[in-house]
Design a protein around this ligand. Structure first.
Ligand code: AMP
Ligand code: ZN
Length: 114
């Protein structure tokens, strides 16, 4: 997708603050962090929303969670705890339409989320 912010990061046209990367996924720090650790994990393949995840993408979805775990280890929040969030479409507050997993931690998290 030429007009997608996160695809531009995958293509190297925009350089985010990368925390972790492998063949399938890229993880980088959120520009507007909501917690001491706030990292976005994205598939390198363009998938607009969670609704667009196909059966063939299940391994990729697993790779997102595996990367989230690695991010927590890298930022040293794995043991104390952290949260992963996927916002899907308008009511959840999705603003960038390239699937991403938020990894939030480094402070206590409230429940239920807003
Ligand atoms: P969502 O609201 O779930 O779609 O999350 C999109 C996230 O992308 C927000 O937390 C933004 O702060 C973040 N974001 C937007 N632009 C950038 C950027 N250029 N680099 C890093 N994070 C960004
Ligand atoms: Zn994209």
């Amino acid at each position: 997708m030429t007009d997608c912010l996160f695809c531009k990061m995958v293509a190297g046209e925009i350089q985010p603050d990368v925390v972790y990367e492998n063949e399938q996924v890229l993880a980088f720090r959120d520009l507007n962090p909501q917690a001491p650790t706030h990292v976005l994990v994205i598939p390198k393949k363009h998938i607009a929303t969670l609704n667009d995840l196909q059966g063939e993408d299940t391994a990729l979805a697993g790779a997102l969670f595996h990367a989230a775990k690695e991010v927590a280890r890298i930022d040293n929040i794995a043991e104390r705890g952290y949260r992963t969030v996927v916002n899907c479409n308008a009511e959840a507050g999705q603003t960038v339409f390239h699937l991403h997993l938020h990894v939030l931690g480094g402070r206590p998290m409230g429940w239920p989320p807003g």
